[in-house]
Design a binder for this molecule. Structure first.
Ligand code: NAD
Ligand code: TYD
Length: 373
């Protein structure tokens, strides 16, 4: 039986991971630490938090005293560190908070783990969740990134994640802290905050808003279904070598414009199969027999927009026997179905609290593609 600290567990991937862990390791104890920023949502984990096997702690990873107290209260075997500011667009317009949370917050956690575990590192693990964006951007003909690719971050978000990766590595090298790192590609699936491409497009489509495609829509991402990501992290926690980095990719490279087209077609098929959807989502073009693709609109490109990301996940496959198994068609269908079935979850986000938060922290209205939220 192990005790895990999951930071950022009320966010998209952290909530999926907490659910995955509770399902697959019911005897383990889980503590979720989350500051509940705009991206954190207690609704995503409330069903898991029984107070005994899974406890929620509302707190900030930058609060060194609170984090140290948490480590004194619980004898954590593992830390799985998801907490971060995670959206590239926000990091373009207000990046200080990215340095604070992603760099300083990671540093605080490393110090707390080191101080709590220093008498013996036996059975301990600090696992850091990072991103493929630390590698920069690939040209069309370039091979996907391996773990040895040079760090070349281009956005303030990616730079802050790169800095946190280096800090984690430095604690392994200098202090012998037992760490592992995973650098994953773009995730999608249930509970993703609708500022990211896939949920934004689904919800805009269902509510009859434009689907804003940046630039020419030719930017390529490598899409990873979130449950595959959770299983990959579990395999690294179980069998990964200390001090190592593992890339996790979905193996599905696709230009944004094609991805959004596929999403529109998936939504159209669901409306054709289920007449009740037209009543629940009357503003979706599919409700009146039109194609949802009619909402696709080109908008001004993101400054510094990376052209292509692609991950080589061979190390994970060869060393740990893990490969992401969900096809893109299946993952997109499951994701659309989840947002169709869970409108109570996202309608609360649409309710206005989100706009207030953005104004308070950034002093502006949400950017154009979020204006419908
Ligand atoms: P998210 O934005 O959905 O969730 C982040 C969570 O961290 C939220 O619950 C938020 O409340 C919490 N948080 C933020 N600041 C905090 C602080 N100071 N103290 C405590 N909690 C805080 O992010 P996500 O998409 O779930 O990403 C999780 C991790 O995976 C991040 O480290 C991100 O960099 C990495 N990642 C994400 C993707 C992706 O496609 N989503 C891809 C690669 C890597
Ligand atoms: P995003 O989900 O923000 O993830 P990341 O920037 O970390 O890859 O964006 C995924 C891709 O979709 C990226 O190329 C930018 C593009 N995009 C749009 O075209 N329109 C949008 O409204 C958003 C949010 C993203």
């Amino acid at each position: 039986m192990s005790t895990l600290l999951i930071t950022g567990g009320a966010g998209f991937i952290g909530a999926n991971f907490a659910a995955y862990w509770r399902r697959s390791r019911p005897a383990d104890r889980v503590v979720i630490l989350d500051a509940l920023t705009y991206a954190g949502n207690f609704d995503s984990i409330s069903a898991l938090c029984d107070g005994e096997y899974c406890r929620f702690v509302h707190g900030d990873i930058c609060d060194a005293a609170a984090v140290q107290t948490l480590f004194q209260e619980h004898d954590f075997d593992m830390v799985v560190h998801f907490a971060a500011e995670s959206h590239v667009d926000r990091s373009i317009y207000a990046s200080q908070v990215f340095t604070r949370t992603n760099v300083q917050g990671t540093h605080v956690l490393l110090d707390a783990a080191l101080s709590a575990w220093k008498s013996s590192f036996e059975g301990r693990r600090f696992h850091h969740i990072s991103t493929d964006e630390v590698f920069g951007s690939l040209a069309p003909e370039e091979a996907p990134w391996t773990e040895l690719a040079r760090y070349d971050p281009t956005s303030p978000y990616a730079a802050s994640k790169a800095a946190s990766d280096f800090l984690v590595r430095s604690y392994a090298h200098t202090h012998g802290l037992p760490v592992t790192i995973t650098n994953c590609s773009n995730n999608y699936g249930p509970y993703q905050f609708p500022e990211k491409l896939i949920p934004l497009m689904i919800l805009n489509a269902l509510t009859g808003q434009k689907l804003p495609i940046y630039g020419d829509g030719g930017n390529i991402r490598d899409w990873l279904y979130v449950e595959d990501h959770c299983a990959a992290i579990a395999s690294v926690l179980d069998r990964g070598r200390q001090g190592e980095t593992y890339n996790v990719g979905g193996g599905h490279q696709i230009p944004n414009i094609e991805l959004v087209g596929q999403l529109c077609d998936t939504i159209g098929r669901r409306f054709a199969e289920d007449e009740g959807l037209a009543e629940r989502f009357p503003d979706c073009p599919a409700a009146s027999g039109r194609t949802t693709r009619s909402l696709m609109t080109f908008v001004r490109d993101r400054p510094g927009h990376d052209r292509r990301y692609a991950i080589c996940a061979d190390k994970l496959a060869h060393e740990l026997g893990f490969r992401a198994g969900t096809t893109l068609a299946d993952g997109l269908a499951r994701t659309v179905d989840w947002y169709l079935a869970n409108d109570a979850w996202w309608r609360r986000i649409h309710s206005g609290a989100y706009r207030e938060w953005v104004k308070l922290h950034y002093g502006t209205e949400p950017k154009r593609s979020l204006a419908s939220l």
